[in-house]
Structure formats: C-alpha cells, structure tokens
Design a protein around this ligand. Structure first.
Ligand code: FAD
Ligand code: MG
Ligand code: MG
Ligand code: MG
Ligand code: MG
Length: 553
C-alpha cells in the first residue's frame, strides 16, 4: 500500500516531483479512453490498469450488449438485462481507473487533451465543461446513425442504435396497437397506423422485422383480435437483396421465410422522403411511390460522430467517414492516438508500394536475385505484414509461394527457381486486390480492444515503437515488436424469427433453421459480459417462452 501511496504523491506533486526523477517512481503514463461500447470496454477489460493512470469518458455509464437490442424492441428481453454498469465492470480495477460520465466534444491533439462536457448537468459555475489531458488516447466512440440527409427522416423515423431507442420503439409499437383499437377509427386509418416500415435490410433491420412479426403472431393477435388483419410489416431495401453482407443462401432463405410470413420485402427501392404519414421511395423501374405508414424505423447506414468529424478535419483526414489508422490501430500522423471499433478503419499497406524494400530484405546475399530458399525464409513475415498475400494465394487455390512464382516466370519444372526484381513484382502484382477492410461489427471492435490492450501491456518492452515495425519493413530490429492487428472472423448470425436463425460460420459453412436458433441462444448467452446479465437474459427468454411478452407500454 505504501508503494501505491508514493506513486499517488509523486503524481499529485506534478512538476516538482519530476525535478528529482531518480528518487521517485516514474510517473505513470495517462491513458484516456473515450467510449464504453464494445471496443472501449474490451480494451479496458484486458488492460493492465496498474501500469497506467486510466481515465474513461463516456456519456453512458454502462455497456450495452447491442446484438440483443432488437429483442428489446418487443420486450423479448428487458433493457435492463442487456446493460452492465461500467463501474461494476471495472470494480476490480477501481483503484487504477477513473470514470467520468461526460461527452467528449473536442479532441485537441496538439495540446494532448480532450474537452468534455458533463452528461448529467452543470457544475457550480453553471458550466459542466472540463479538460482531461493524456499521454495516450484511445478513441472508441463508435458511430452514429446516417440519414444521408433524406428529408424528414430525423423528425419522423425511429432509430435502433441505443438502449433508449429500443425502449422508445417498444412503447410506440404498443401505442400504435392501442391507437388502432380506439373507437371511430376507419379501416383505412387502422391499416395506416398498423403499417410498420423498416428502412434498411441489413442485419439490424431484418432482425427487428422478425421480432415484430413474432410479437404479432405470438402475442398481439391474442390481445388485439379485432385489428390483427390490419397489421403489415414492410422492409425497404435499396440493394437487390436483404442481408447482402451474408452468403447468398442465407439471403434467399430469409427472403422466402419473410414472404411466407407475410412480411413485404421491397428491394431496389431507395427512400427519398419521409413525411409524418407518408414514406416516399423511388425505384429504377417504378419511379416514385408513396405509402402511408404508422411507424418507421430507419436502420440504413452508419454515420460519423461530430467529434470524430471535427478531429479528422484537424489532422487532415478530410472526406472520410471514419478515422484511418495503420495496421497497429494508431491514427495516421498522430503519435499517441489510437482508434478502435466503428469509428476507425485500418489502411492496409499495399505490398506493391514496398516491393523494392521487401525484395532487398529478402535478398540476403545481395545477389540481385531471390532463390526459393530466400523467399521461403521471409514468406511468413511477408504474410504477417501483408495478409493479402495469403488471401490471394487462397483465392487462387495456390498451396504455397512456389505456385505464385511459377505463374510469374512461367517455368514450372525447374527445381531451383530464381527470380529477379521484375519477376518478383510480376508474381505479386495482383495480390493487393485482396486487401479487405474489416466490417463495423461488435466482433471486430472487441478483438481490436483486446489487441490494443495487449500492446499497451507490453509497451514498456518496446518504448520506441509501440507498434513495433516488423523486420520486413526494414526500419527496426524487431525484437519485441507486435504483429499487426489481424481480424479473426468467427461467423455471424441472423435471427429470422419463429425460432429460426441463419448462421454463417468460418470455412464457408452455412446453417439455417430451428437448430441454428438454439445455437444462437447458447452463443448469445455465453457472450454476456457478466453472470448477472447472463442470468437476466436467460430468464427473460424463459419468461417469454412460458408467459409470452409483456405488452404494457
Ligand atoms: P459502440 O459500441 O457504439 O460504443 C461507442 C461508445 O462511445 C458508447 O459507449 C457511447 O456512449 C460512447 N460515446 C458516444 N459519443 C461519445 C462522446 N462524444 N464522448 C464520449 N463517449 C461517447 N455487431 C455484431 O458483431 N453482431 C451483432 O449481432 C450486432 N447487432 C447489432 C444490433 C444493433 C441494433 C446495433 C445498433 C449494432 C449491432 N452490431 C452488431 C454492431 C455493434 O454494436 C457495433 O459494431 C459495436 O457497437 C461497435 O463498437 P464501438 O465500441 O466501436 O462502438
Ligand atoms: Mg467503444
Ligand atoms: Mg456497444
Ligand atoms: Mg472499424
Ligand atoms: Mg539472392
């Protein structure tokens, strides 16, 4: 305990303490984490917080398990069951971590500080603003909704991004049913009030439509028998298919199931305007069509938070939607700022940009040519630094680098292959087409948080270059370096309602139907961040099985 006290003293003494550096424990570096979503909490969970002075800033003092948000919209799961207080999550690290419930409205990279505003109110000066400085900043602010400036969307549509959004949707769905049950409402009016429109056929929109449909057939028809025939659910999707990020088999399965369920799927339509009772959409073949609706949920696209937008302007990353980082998740041109999750994307370096360096590094004997052995010695490093090489070989069904070289030199029989720089270039000339960006998902955000925490935990071993350039890049000795972040796709689910789900698992494995729904239940139960929320979620599911959903507003 005395050691901790000393550190705390040295810290508060500030400048004075640093005049006698040899006497004091070195000041702990300040790490500021913005956001407590998937990326931020995953970083905090794995960070060795005793090594740093950690401050966490977020306007919500909880983590929300977003994949279950669609279930909250119809009361399948209660909102309280999918949130975990951030202070509870950090309980074991309480001594080392400070949490501020506030919104960051400006990142000042030149002063190494962030400007924040209290989320709950103001201080005694009538102003809740404050500044927090950092040595390292971890930006995990996520994304916001994107209306693409479509007129009327902000005013008239519901969104499904935050817990409050899901709760609002739930209340409004019930309101629509109560409203349509009032006396003196014409049939036409009932049809309008009970027309639920979902704009966006991605996973969130599809899952919400499925939830709505289940709520309807399992619960509401019994409670509102007089109006059940007036209910309609429509999905509007601008692309050719719904769920177009999934395997085609899944998209087709979903479309057929929805058709059977009576959910109308309008593909190839772009919504151009939403008024308080009409949605106007446009298609190439049919032109503009307007339909009356009772409730519209917009889940078409992710946008940039203003604070990220402002920061990108500052550092010259203009005309972008998300922050660009290198493969070690550090923001380009910013020494001590890292960005993870939905607010960032990785720029994978192209191997063709570095091809001469790579060639020189591999050519150990300076002969100006590479033997197969020379290439084999570095191919592992190359594949770590440029994952596209491996992806390319896989996509071309090549077993190893030998096949790639054979292709370039057109010589498949000679045992000792030797290539010069031109042939080497030719061999690798197409691999950069396989550069893939990682999707904006919870899975990616969590893996990035975990990865970055590992880097921070080992940072003192490689102070010079936290991202540790690999041997191949030729700029460092690379003893303690880190491998670049590599996303491991573990598969993804699409719950489709009626106790059915679809899943896409690694290795091109697709599974659909009732058993997949059980897989979904078990995976999502196991992914809960605490035993408390796990118990709540499982008991919500059980309650729903036995008693149905709660339809009070
Ligand atoms: P978020 O989790 O959004 O976290 C951002 C954090 O920043 C929040 O804590 C927020 O309060 C905080 N913040 C915001 N503004 C400020 C500010 N100005 N200052 C400080 N803090 C701020 N992904 C999957 O992989 N599988 C799924 O099944 C899935 N289902 C989804 C369902 C829905 C309805 C939604 C909306 C998303 C779903 N996702 C799913 C996507 C997933 O939720 C995101 O990819 C993930 O949340 C990204 O993590 P993040 O940490 O970058 O952002
Ligand atoms: Mg986050
Ligand atoms: Mg989240
Ligand atoms: Mg991202
Ligand atoms: Mg050589």
């Amino acid at each position: 305990a005395s050691g901790g006290g000393l550190v705390a003293y040295a810290d508060s003494a500030g400048e004075n303490a640093s005049s006698e550096p040899s006497q004091e424990a070195p000041r702990k570096k300040k790490v500021v984490v913005l956001g407590t979503g998937w990326a931020g909490t995953s970083f905090l969970k794995d960070l060795d917080c005793s090594k740093y002075e950690v401050k966490v800033i977020s306007p919500r003092n909880y983590f929300a398990f977003t994949p279950l948000l669609p279930s909250v919209t119809c009361g399948t799961v209660e909102a309280r069951s999918i949130v975990e207080p951030i202070r509870k999550m950090l309980e074991k690290k309480r001594k080392d971590v400070t949490f501020y419930e506030a919104e960051c409205f400006k990142i000042d990279a030149s002063k190494k500080a962030v400007h924040c505003r209290s989320a709950v109110g103001t201080n005694f000066d009538g102003n809740g603003d404050f500044m927090v400085d950092y040595d390292y900043l971890v930006v995990a602010l996520g994304a916001t909704v994107n209306t693409f400036n479509t007129p009327g969307v902000m005013e008239n549509c519901y969104f499904l991004k935050e817990v409050e959004d899901a709760q609002k949707i739930r209340r409004n769905v019930i309101d629509c049913f109560e409203k349509a049950s009032l006396p003196n409402i014409s049939e036409e009016e009932k049809r309008k009030i009970l027309h639920f429109v979902i704009i966006g056929g991605g996973p969130t929109g599809v899952e919400f439509a499925a939830e709505m449909h289940d709520f309807l057939v399992e619960d509401l028809v019994k409670l509102y028998p007089a109006i059940q025939d007036f209910v309609k659910i429509t999905i509007i999707q601008s692309g050719e298919h719904i769920l177009n990020m999934f395997d085609q088999r899944i998209a087709t399965f979903a479309e057929i199931k929805f058709q059977r369920d009576g959910i109308e799927v309008n593909t190839g339509f772009r919504v151009v305007k939403v008024s308080d009772d009409l949605i106007t959409m446009k298609s190439k073949s049919l032109g503009e069509v307007s339909v009356p609706y009772g409730m519209a949920v917009w889940s078409a696209g992710v946008g940039t938070r203003p604070v990220i937008m402002d920061f990108m302007q500052q550092i010259g990353q203009t005309n972008r939607r998300v922050l660009a980082t290198n493969e070690w998740l550090r923001v380009h041109e910013c020494d001590s700022i890292y960005a993870i999750g939905d607010c960032a994307s990785i720029t994978q370096r192209k191997i063709m940009d570095d091809i001469s360096t790579v060639f020189k590094m591999a050519d150990k004997d300076n002969s100006g040519t590479l033997t197969l052995k020379e290439i084999n010695d570095v191919i592992e490093d190359i594949c770590i630094r440029y994952p596209q090489v491996e992806l390319y070989m896989k996509s071309m069904h090549m077993l190893d680098i030998r096949d790639l070289i054979k292709d370039a030199i057109g010589d498949s029989h000679k045992e000792s292959m030797v290539v010069d720089i031109e042939e080497f270039k030719k061999a690798l000339s197409h691999v950069d087409s396989q550069v893939k960006s990682v999707p904006a998902t919870a899975q990616v955000a969590a893996q990035q948080g975990h990865y970055l925490a590992e880097c921070f935990n080992k940072m003192d071993q490689c102070k010079e270059h936290p991202e540790g350039p690999l041997r191949m890049t030729g700029t460092g000795s690379g003893r303690h370096n880190f491998r670049p972040f590599r996303y491991k796709h573990l598969g993804q689910f699409a719950p489709l309602g009626g106790e059915q789900a679809a899943a896409e698992l690694p290795g091109d494995w697709v599974s659909m139907g009732h058993s997949t729904q059980w897989l979904w239940y078990s995976v999502y139960a196991s992914k809960q961040v605490s035993w408390r929320t796990r118990m709540l979620v499982v008991s919500d599911w059980t309650r729903r099985f036995i008693f149905g959903r709660d339809s009070s507003r």
